[in-house]
Design a protein around this ligand. Structure first.
Ligand code: PEP
Ligand code: MG
Length: 856
């Protein structure tokens, strides 16, 4: 029946006044397009007869005519693409009957002309503008300024001109047979729903293209029946703040579409001073207040209703869980818990974990110097800095390598979605607040400035220009998505305020979850942010990121390019103090919480330059022969580096890397122990292991480094050695591997890549097609493929635990911050999830939800 029909049943169930009606379920609607069966026609006839009996009116009657509305009823979460059709049943006969009965010719003929226009648009696809022009022309002829000046005779004449317009548009007269009117309207609405345009809209919003449509047929009630009538919308609690006060708007003398078109000003439901529903129609206001309160009590949620007042009598037309901001959602559930309406557990289950992202955005530091280089629309809040990139695919590639990028485009298209995912923020030179970029960025909680029209993009030349401005790809800019400003360079930002209801909800989440939540972090900034967001340790420190800058990059390049082990050791030795200092800081920030440090993982060529100029510069810095350098770089190239010389394979070829990294960790432990008296317990993790023998060889060197440092410092400390499980073979041989590993961390990025045999860096080109063809329910790099990758994790958990019952288990792939994947981790009994800092609050809530659902 779709959501609206079900909700109307709910309204009737609490004895609130709902206009009599019936629903045509999805299957019946589908059959309407082909031509309804005689049986269906018979059922519709019978249902209309029942409405006639309930209302004491006759459909197409010469007296007391029954008029009908047809409204779409779609599944929850699916965007509606079909307009309602009102006033069905009007023709030259019934309009007179309505005029007589209401003693209001103007009202009757106004309904008639609205119906003619509505019917022409929905059933025959006519452009409504043609009818608007007829009305405008008529008013001009008579010198009328507003609709209020129209009298009965005017309304009658306009209706007749609308009918003439209909005939001229369609080459046939307006349909006078009311039964035909109803049947063609029903079929047309279903056709609109299944048209390519509507399917595309559903696809853009992530809903199924084939989602079904149901239709609701109801007796009309009239908000345009006079001075004591109108139409409105109410929220039981404020949709922006969640405050417990009814909010909404009311339009005197109008029908639903008038409220939507916003051509006339509405009044609030209640205010101190001016006009309001409470003042205009106090009886209807009192009924609305009581009805909304009853609905809240029944649905145990804040509600949004649409209503019509007909001659002072209130009718409810729809009810749903009220649309609201995340801040309002939190206010509402915390109020409900405080007033005893619901438990903390239920409150936790009410909030969509991903929606918390809306509250996590930073703002530009008010003290910081702003050099505004352009302005656009404030399309999605938050402040962020990054490198200008003009191509979505390039943005994705660079972001995967750890670069913070801002996607800069004239406008974005649906195929840019992965680039939008990867970018920190989006800047467009065209498009408004509801442009693709704006909508998608808001959905993702990323800053967006849209329509910065003074800027010119030349993607081929790689330039962004404007008045007095010349930037190129790779230059850093800052977006302030809250004001629409584009700023030069990197600008200091401030973290959001994470107190109040947000903190309360997350405290409840912490009480009701079993799994710990850690963060993937390697910089001081990320680690601090992770702590502020409530991370309980670091689940993955990708140590390679610590080598990507300054002196360290020079040293690691020197190491890579050295031929002899002795030279490699010497180069590595220069990085040791820097790495140790980094580890000390991480241990201090995490103050006793677990910190998992992963040994070097990526193929070495990632540290080397690509462009000729950069290679020449490197030869100068290293004081080495350019030809030799080029050859060495060439030697390091691999056909398929992600499956090549990386991870543990690299550590086995160059054990000196293990020696240096392990030593840096243990020396940091010793240093922290000296200052705090409490040595941290590091977890050293080996990447890309496929067999126990690989791990054993690396572990032996880690143990040796620990012994050396203990001997040198005279200190004893504890540490753990474990491995990533990110290859199918590792999952299968988890029993063996667990004999040497004290912990497993599921690297589901690589595990997804290697299980599917799909490159995580190239999947964007075709994965959307797989999702739209229904081959994948979701992108497996975003939401864990429970059936396949999940089965490997399940095996590894089982086999690992059998070999080592107290083995510590976690996940550190991107899936560790995805609510659905977190639910799977809970069902597998993992000990923790680890995710990027911004995902930590989301993961805390998702872990609580997973635990609560599981224990039910
Ligand atoms: C993984 O593969 O899931 C993982 C966390 O490691 P990385 O993303 O660094 O390969
Ligand atoms: Mg990996």
């Amino acid at each position: 029946m779709g959501a609206k029909a079900a909700q109307l049943c709910g309204l009737a169930g609490v004895s609130l006044p709902v206009p009599a009606g019936f629903a045509l379920p999805v299957l019946a609607c589908r059959s309407l397009v082909e031509g309804p069966s005689p049986d269906l026609v018979g059922q519709i006839e019978a249902a209309v007869a029942s409405l006639e009996a309930q209302t004491g009116r006759v459909f197409g009657g010469k007296d007391k005519p029954l008029l009908l509305s047809v409204r779409p009823s779609v599944p929850l979460g699916v965007p509606n693409s079909v307009e309602a059709v009102l006033n069905i049943g009007l023709n030259d006969t019934t309009v007179d009957a309505l005029a007589r009965e209401s003693n209001d010719t103007r009202f009757a003929h106004e309904c008639y002309r609205r119906f003619v226009q509505n019917y022409a648009h929905t059933v025959l696809g006519d452009d409504p503008a043609a009818f608007e022009d007829v009305l405008a022309l008529y008013k001009e002829e008579r010198g009328y300024v507003s609709d209020a000046e129209l009298r009965g005779s005017d309304a009658k004449e306009i209706a007749s001109r609308f009918k003439a317009q209909f005939e001229s548009n369609n080459g046939e007269p307006f349909q006078e047979n009311v039964r035909q009117q109803l049947m063609t309207t029903l079929a047309a609405m279903v056709r609109v729903w299944h048209a390519p345009r509507a399917k595309t809209q559903r696809k853009i919003h992530g809903a199924s293209e084939d989602a079904g449509l149901a239709l609701i047929v109801q007796a009309m009630v009239f908000g345009n029946a006079g001075e004591d009538s109108g139409v409105g919308r109410a929220w039981s609690r404020h949709p922006q703040t969640g405050k417990a006060e009814m909010a909404g708007e009311f339009l005197l003398q109008g029908q639903g579409p008038d409220l939507v078109s916003r051509l006339r000003a509405t009044v609030p439901l209640q205010t101190g001073g001016g006009e309001s529903l409470a003042r205009l129609l106090p009886g209807a206001f009192a009924a609305l207040t009581a009805g909304v309160a009853a609905l809240e009590e029944k649905l145990r949620d804040a509600v949004e209703v649409e209503f019509t007042v007909e001659h002072g009598h209130l009718w409810f037309l729809s009810v749903k869980a009220g649309k609201r901001s995340t801040a309002a959602s939190l206010q509402i559930v915390t109020d409900f818990v405080r007033s005893g309406v619901m438990s903390e557990e239920e409150a936790l289950l009410r909030i969509d974990p991903l929606s918390l992202d809306q509250l996590l955005h930073s703002t530009i530091d008010p003290e910081a110097k702003r050099t505004v280089i352009a302005s656009g629309l404030p399309a999605s809040p938050g402040a962020v800095s990054g490198a200008i990139i003009f191509d979505a695919e390039e943005a994705r590639r660079l972001a995967a390598g750890g670069t913070r990028v801002i996607l800069v485009r004239p406008e974005t298209l649906p195929e840019d979605i992965r680039g939008l995912h990867a970018a920190e923020g989006v800047l467009t030179t065209r498009g408004g607040m509801t442009s693709h970029a704006a909508v998608i960025a808001r959905g993702m909680g990323k800053p967006c400035v849209s329509g910065a029209s003074a800027l010119r993009i030349d993607a081929a030349a790689g330039t962004l220009t404007g008045p007095g401005l010349a930037l190129k790809a790779g230059d850093i800019i800052t977006l302030d998505g809250s004001t629409g400003q584009v700023l030069k360079g990197e600008v200091e930002t401030r973290k959001p305020e994470l107190s109040g209801n947000f903190a309360t909800l997350l405290q409840w989440a912490d009480k009701h979850r079993r799994m710990a939540v850690r963060a993937n972090a390697e910089t001081v900034l990320d680690a601090r942010m992770a702590r502020d967001f409530g991370a309980e340790g670091i689940g993955l420190c990708r140590t390679e990121h610590m080598f990507f800058e300054g002196e360290r990059l020079v040293a690691i390049r020197e190491m890579i390019l050295a031929d002899r082990e002795r030279d490699r050791r010497a180069a590595l030795a220069t990085t040791l103090p820097m790495l140790r200092a980094d580890f000390v800081e991480l241990f201090e920030i995490m103050a006793g919480l677990p910190v998992t440090l992963r040994l070097l993982d990526p193929p070495l060529h990632e540290f080397l330059p690509e462009g000729a100029a950069e290679i020449e510069a490197l030869a100068r810095v290293l004081d080495t022969d350019l030809t030799l350098l080029r050859r060495r770089i060439q030697d390091l190239r691999e056909q398929n580096p992600m499956l090549g010389h990386r991870g543990v394979r690299l550590l086995l070829s160059y054990p000196e890397i293990v020696d240096m990294q392990a030593r840096a960790v243990f020396e940091a432990v010793a240093e922290v122990a000296k200052t705090t008296g409490k040595p941290p317990i590091p977890e050293i993790m080996v990447p890309l292991v496929a067999s126990r023998a690989e791990l054993d060889l690396v572990k032996a060197r880690i143990d040796a480094a620990a012994l050396d440092v203990q001997r040198e410092t005279g200190l004893t400390f504890t540490y753990r050695v474990g491995t990533m499980i990110e290859l199918p073979r590792a999952a299968l041989k988890a029993g063996d591997i667990a004999a040497s590993a004290e912990f497993f961390s599921f690297g589901t990025n690589d595990l997804t890549q290697t299980t599917f045999g799909i490159s995580r860096d190239d999947s964007a080109r075709f994965i959307g097609e797989y999702a739209s063809k229904g081959i994948f329910p979701a992108d497996p790099f975003v939401t864990l493929d429970v059936e396949g990758v999940g089965e490997l994790i399940h095996l590894a958990v089982e086999r690992g635990r059998a070999a080592r019952p107290d083995i510590h288990l976690g996940i550190c792939g991107e899936h560790g911050g995805d609510p659905q994947s977190i639910a799977f981790c809970e069902s597998e009994g993992l000990d923790y999830v680890s995710c990027s800092p911004y995902r930590v609050p989301i993961a805390r809530l998702a872990a609580a939800q997973a635990f609560l659902r599981n224990s039910r």
